[in-house]
Design a protein around this ligand. Structure first.
Ligand code: SAH
Length: 390
C-alpha cells in the first residue's frame, strides 16, 4: 500500500490564524505550527476517489470501492470496516486519523438534541448539533472555526474568526453525528453552525456534493444559510444542485441591517434581493429568511411590513427565531407575546412564517449560541475520545 505522509499543502483553506501554536509532528519537519506555517494531516474525508485510489495503489482495485462505500454509504468508522483487512484499517487509522476529536458532548431536550464540541488537528474548535424531531433528524454543521462576519448578537461572531474548515472536516461532522443517531436516520443537513458557508464556498460546496452524490442526501434536504454574501449566492445559482437557500436577514431596511449585520454595508438589501430573486428563478427552490427577533429592535409593526414587502415577490418563507441570549449582546429576545404578534402580523400580510422551535438553549446549542467555549451550566457528558480502536 502506498501511504503518503499525512501532510496537506498550505493553501487558502489554512490561512486563518492559529491561536494555538504547537509542535507539528505530522509535518515531518518537527516544526512549530505558527499562523504562517499551514499544515494538518489529510483525513480520508478530504480525499476524492482518485486520491483514495492513489493511496491504495498497491491494494486490489476493489478496495477503493469498499473503502468509499464504507466511509460514505455505510458511514462507519474505518476501524469497523471489517471487510477491509485489519492491517489496512490499522494503517489508515494511523496515517489518516479523524479530523474531529470529541472533547465534549452535551445533551438536552430529553436526549433529542446533542451538541458536540470538537477539537481539530491544529487545536481549532468547532461545534455541531444533532436534532431529532418526531418525523425527521437534522444535523447542523459548522463550516468555519469562528466567523468573521461580526454580527453583534451572535456568539460565534463575538468570538471572531479562526480559520476555514476543509471539506473533510465539514463532512466528518455529518458522519460522526450520523453514527451517533443510529438507529435513526439523518434526513436533513443545515449549514447553520459556526461560520459563514459562503466565505468558505469551495470547501462547503465540495461537502455538499459528497453528501449528495455519495451519502445519498437529496438536494432538497440540504440547506445553506448565509449572512448575505452575494458572490456566494451567485455561485450557488451557477452550480447544478438545487439546495435550499436561507438568508439571515434580521432587518428589512439598510439602516437597521447595517447595524445588525455589518456585511450589509458591502452587500445592501437591494442587491441582495436581486441575487435571491435570481436564485429562486433559476433553482425553483423555496427561499427562506431567518429573522432573530430582538426586543424593540426588529419586532415592530413597521418591521413586519417592510419584511413582507421583501418576501412577497420572492415568495420567501420567514423563519422567526426568538433571539437566544449570548454573553456579548445586552438586548434581549422578544418576549413570547411579541413573537406571536409579529408572526400573526406577517401572516395577515400573506407571508408564510413559522416560529422556529428552540432547541438546546440550555446547552448553548441554539442558533447563534455556538462559540466553541467549553464553559457553561449545562449537564455535560464528557466522553473523551469515544472512537473505536482496532
Ligand atoms: N453565517 C451563516 C450561518 C449561521 S446560521 C448565517 O448567518 O446565515 C445561524 C443563524 O442563527 C443565522 O441566521 C444567525 O443570524 C442566527 N443567529 C445568530 N445569533 C443568534 C441569536 N443570538 N439568536 C438567534 N439566532 C441567532
Amino acid at each position: 500500500m502506498a501511504m503518503r505522509p499525512g501532510v496537506q499543502e498550505a493553501g487558502p483553506t489554512f490561512r486563518g490564524e492559529c491561536r494555538q501554536p504547537r509542535i507539528c509532528s505530522a509535518s515531518g519537519l518537527g516544526g512549530v505550527h505558527t499562523p504562517t506555517v499551514a499544515w494538518r494531516p489529510v483525513t480520508l474525508y478530504d480525499l476524492d476517489r482518485d486520491a483514495l485510489g492513489t493511496l491504495l495503489a498497491t491494494e486490489p482495485s476493489f478496495r477503493v470501492d469498499q473503502l468509499w462505500d464504507g466511509l460514505y454509504r455505510q458511514g462507519h468508522p474505518v476501524a469497523e470496516l471489517t471487510n477491509l483487512p485489519a492491517s489496512l484499517r490499522r494503517q489508515l487509522v494511523t496515517d489518516h486519523p479523524d479530523a474531529l476529536s470529541e472533547i465534549q458532548r452535551s445533551v438536552s431536550d430529553g436526549g433529542e438534541t446533542v451538541k458536540w464540541l470538537w477539537t481539530l488537528a491544529d487545536g481549532a474548535k468547532v461545534e455541531s448539533v444533532l436534532m431529532h424531531y418526531p418525523r425527521r433528524t437534522t444535523v447542523c454543521v459548522s463550516t468555519q472555526a469562528g466567523c468573521a462576519m461580526a454580527c453583534d448578537f451572535c456568539a460565534t461572531g463575538q468570538a471572531g474568526f479562526t480559520r476555514n474548515l476543509t471539506s473533510g472536516e465539514i463532512l466528518e461532522q455529518v458522519v460522526r453525528a450520523r453514527q451517533s443517531a443510529v438507529p435513526r436516520r439523518v434526513d436533513n443537513i443545515v449549514f447553520m453552525g459556526m461560520g459563514e458557508p459562503m466565505a468558505n464556498f469551495d470547501n462547503t460546496w465540495a461537502a455538499v456534493q459528497r453528501l449528495h452524490h455519495d451519502m445519498g442526501l437529496s438536494a432538497r434536504s440540504l440547506t445553506i444559510s448565509t449572512v448575505g454574501l452575494i458572490p456566494g449566492i451567485r455561485r450557488m445559482t451557477a452550480e447544478d444542485l438545487p439546495v435550499n437557500l436561507a438568508v439571515s436577514l434580521h432587518a428589512a431596511d439598510d439602516a437597521l441591517r447595517d447595524r445588525l449585520v455589518p456585511i450589509n454595508r458591502r452587500y445592501p438589501l437591494g442587491e441582495l434581493m436581486d441575487a435571491c430573486a435570481e436564485y429562486v428563478e433559476v433553482k425553483r427552490r423555496r427561499l427562506s429568511f431567518e429573522w432573530a427577533l430582538i426586543d424593540g429592535v426588529n419586532d415592530r409593526g413597521e418591521d413586519a411590513e417592510r419584511l413582507s414587502a421583501l418576501c412577497g415577490p420572492l415568495r420567501a418563507h420567514v423563519n422567526l427565531i426568538p433571539l437566544n441570549p449570548t454573553d456579548g449582546f445586552a438586548t434581549r429576545g422578544s418576549p413570547p407575546q411579541r413573537v406571536s404578534a409579529f408572526a400573526d402580523h406577517l401572516r395577515r400580510l400573506g407571508i408564510n412564517a413559522t416560529v422556529r422551535a428552540n432547541r438546546g438553549t440550555d446547552i448553548d446549542a441554539a442558533c447563534g449560541q455556538l462559540s466553541a467555549s467549553a464553559n457553561g451550566p449545562e449537564i455535560r457528558v464528557d466522553l473523551g475520545s469515544t472512537r473505536p480502536t482496532l
